[in-house]
Write a protein that binds this ligand. Sequence first.
Ligand SMILES: N[C@@H](CCC(=O)N[C@@H](CS)C(=O)NCC(=O)O)C(=O)O
Length: 210
Amino acid sequence: MTQFLYLQDKTHECPGRAVWMTTKALNMDIESVSVNLERGENKTPEYLKMNPFHTVPMYNDNEFVLWESRAIMKYLANKSGETSLYPKDAKKRAVIDSRLDFDLGKFWPALKEYAYPQVLQNKPPNPDRETDMIDALDNLELLLNQSKYIAGDQMTLADISLFCNVSFLWMSKYDFAKYPKIHAWYEGMIKLPYYKETNQDFNDWIHTTH
Ligand SMILES: N[C@@H](CCC(=O)N[C@@H](CS)C(=O)NCC(=O)O)C(=O)O
């Protein structure tokens, strides 16, 4: 049985951390391979043969290869048989999918335009793109006004995926004073027993380089 999780080297950026946290939440022990993007390790012939889109994270389960973090997270939850993070009930699952689509279609693109490349290149977030970021954060605050977690009363894959994106802003010192619900939810998420193992490197890296 050979399973490998390909994660971005050292910094463990958002989607990779989300998949890694999911493996921990599911008690799955999967060997990880670190991929250094600066050295082009995601563009070697071997890597491109598995994933022609050259993205990380990527998961290889006995030659069954998947990329796109949310798809990997769902597959892992389905494979593990654990049902709280991604319940089988059609309505519960649909709500989680809706929140994950919000993350992929709105939150992550806003983050990517507002802060991602800038902060990674040691620059301040782009003020011209702040409106979209605020809109996405307002949406998230609204969801957390309705329930303790993003898709209801228990933690699901939607919390893990959005947490990793919110944490990018948090760790780059965004001011969350306007968002008391996000604040309380975030404080709860960092108490997860596997939080440090999966996030500390990124946290340290972003604080030492920025
Ligand atoms: N939507 C994808 C995003 C993956 C992605 O863009 N990853 C970046 C690192 S955070 C990457 O692989 N960049 C290198 C490249 O695209 O060549 C996911 O959630 O997995």
